[in-house]
Design a protein around this ligand. Structure first.
Ligand code: DGL
Length: 265
């Protein structure tokens, strides 16, 4: 396979851009095609069948773009239907749960951790299973935070309402030393979450470990792009509301207004 082919990255919305940011910083030569299903976000309050149907459509769109591998930059999709997606493709496909679980296990010292995510991610128990497989002595407190994604997609991550909500959701996470943001939208709420949790708790997310595992897999499969030039980036969404440009740019840390295109799946 041609190693200059793009890496396909997808999410239910624009949260997956937090993963793109890490991938761009770790693998700057990779060409990237991103797809966010902004017309149907959030996925996290839906059932497995619907999430799987939507996710397959996202995969098919990226396969048509001839990507060399896929990154599921969404905890909800990874937790709900990664095996189903794996069985439909012959290229490598990476989810965020396993890389994140390894990082959580390596971060905690007291073996008491918190995991927050969408309703679908938390009720799947994907994190509890993945963490316990690595270290069965770790105590995990899980908490669904269903209103966080809409707040972020509305550009309200830093608002009073986010703070009030974070206080309510995070009150169950007593005595932990590590909190995992198990949704790729949540890094944008990190300031608010930090205010509630205090400085003594390590806050980690899926972006870095996923970028690292992607590098490892591309290296192993001899698929790393070694062209020596900066990779091209294309961004597709299924709905372009007025807030998408601003929020997408703040997720990615650069202005991508002219690079986002709307597509129909
Ligand atoms: N970024 C997605 C995740 O990681 C958001 C979930 C949603 O669409 O509800 O879970």
């Amino acid at each position: 396979m041609n190693n200059k082919l793009p890496v396909g990255i997808f999410d239910s919305g624009i949260g997956g851009l937090t993963v793109v940011r890490e991938i761009v910083s770790l693998l700057p030569q990779e060409n990237i095609i991103y797809l966010g299903d902004t017309a149907r976000v959030p996925y996290g309050s839906r059932g497995k069948e619907v999430i799987t149907t939507f996710a397959k459509e996202l995969v098919n769109f990226l396969l048509d773009k001839n990507v060399k591998c896929l990154v599921v930059a969404c905890n909800t999709i990874s937790a709900t239907c990664l095996p189903e997606l794996q069985s439909m493709v012959s290229i490598p496909i990476i989810g965020v749960i396993h890389p994140s679980a390894e990082m959580i296990v390596n971060t905690t010292t007291t073996k008491k951790v918190g995991v927050i995510g969408t309703k679908a991610t938390i009720s799947s128990k994907a994190y509890s299973v993945a963490i316990s497989k690595l270290d069965s002595n770790i105590e995990i407190i899980s908490q669904a935070c269903p209103l966080f994604v809409p707040l972020v997609e509305e550009g309200l991550a830093d608002s009073e309402i986010s703070y009030l909500l974070a206080n309510k959701y995070l009150s169950t996470l007593k005595g932990i030393d590590t909190l995992h943001l198990g949704c790729t939208h949540y890094p944008l709420l990190e300031k608010t979450i930090r205010k509630v949790m205090g400085d003594h708790v390590a806050i980690v997310d899926s972006a870095k470990p996923t970028a690292e595992i992607l590098k490892k897999i591309l290296t192993e499969k001899k698929l790393l792009n070694l062209s020596g030039i900066k990779g091209k980036r294309e961004f597709y969404v299924t709905d372009l509301s007025t807030t998408v440009y601003e929020i997408a740019s703040s997720f990615l840390g650069e202005n991508i207004k002219r690079k986002i295109k709307k597509v129909n799946l």
